[in-house]
Design a protein around this ligand. Structure first.
Ligand SMILES: [Zn+2]
Length: 311
């Protein structure tokens, strides 16, 4: 699943490409995305002719800010188009044309759209599961490739969406300038659980998932199953420092593309090549050479060095 560095990379790319554009229509082959407003027709009415004023991110959610250019600024209620890409979704901007049995590279059986022109990063096989397209006034398109169709897409007045329980209960943003060590330590007061699961809890701290939790804990020499009650002051300090370090590094490298993630132009991220332990089972630990082990914690895999990271 895309985590903070991946979602932030996409949001920045979308902001660059979409700001000032108008949405002219939509296409989907999966109307079940539309729960709010409910149904494809209502959703289409909600977004058509709206102007995109910017794109931002909160936790793993992408906010596409919309305004209605036909209404006076004072009356217009700004809308948010929220996309949570979930397991396999990623948003891209480009041009596609309906696929009609052309012989263009390797084609997936259900593929309905093909990049136009049929070359470049959009042709990456991970980008062909186009389920939803927003058409723009400059002939470009905003497309969601979503192999497993788990993405969440909703639209409504900005205040209502920001006020919804899902958004309000999210934990702090780890890269926020105002989020310093004292606030981080405060979060752990009376907190229970295993450190890896705690770091991945979006209502505890936002944006960290399986990849970066493994990386942060390896760099901090903390076992993923360690109970947070047993963490010392110096452990928390180092976890805090490494959380910021790893997330910033991954953001600079535009995320990790081991799984489905690609950026807003369909390109791979660069963190895969420098990762320490994530999905490196049986490879040597970059610090001590011991084989990296994999462990199941709460249904998810954790990768760690049994020598550097003792319980
Ligand atoms: Zn090691």
């Amino acid at each position: 699943m895309p985590e903070l560095p991946e979602v932030e990379t996409i949001a920045r790319g979308l902001n660059r490409k979409l700001r000032g554009r108008k949405i002219t229509g939509l296409w989907t082959d999966w109307p079940k995305y539309f729960k709010r407003p409910s149904g494809e027709a209502a959703f289409r009415r909600h977004i058509t002719a709206k102007k995109i004023t910017g794109v931002s991110r909160r936790a793993k959610n992408i906010f596409i800010h919309l305004s209605d250019p036909l209404r006076p600024r004072s009356e217009a209620s700004d809308h948010l188009l929220l996309v949570h890409q979930k397991m396999t979704g990623h948003l891209m901007v480009g041009k596609w044309k309906p696929f009609k049995e052309q012989k263009v590279g390797e084609v997936w059986a259900g593929q309905k759209w093909i990049p136009d022109p049929a070359r470049g990063p959009l042709m990456d096989p991970m980008n062909r599961f186009i389920r939803l397209i927003f058409f723009l006034d400059n002939k470009e398109m905003l497309a969601l490739s979503d192999l497993r169709r788990f993405a969440k897409v909703l639209c409504g007045p900005e205040e209502e969406i920001l006020d919804s329980a899902d958004i309000k209960k999210l934990g702090p943003e780890p890269l926020d300038e105002k989020f310093g060590y004292p606030k981080f330590r405060e979060l752990f007061k009376n907190k229970k659980g295993r450190i890896k699961q705690v770091l991945m809890d979006q209502n505890f701290i936002s944006g960290i998932g399986n990849i970066y939790a493994d990386e942060i804990l390896w760099l901090s020499k903390i076992h993923p199953q360690k109970s947070v009650e047993d963490l010392k002051e110096k452990d928390l300090r180092i976890i805090f420092k490494n959380t910021r370090f790893i997330l910033k590094k991954a953001l600079r490298l535009r995320g990790t593309s081991i799984d489905d993630y690609r950026d807003a132009e369909g390109r791979r991220g660069g963190y895969d090549k420098v990762r320490y332990v994530y999905q490196r089972e049986d490879e040597p630990c970059p610090r001590c050479g011991t084989e990296i082990k994999r462990l199941k914690i709460g249904g998810r895999s954790a990768h760690f060095c049994p020598k550097c990271q003792k319980v």
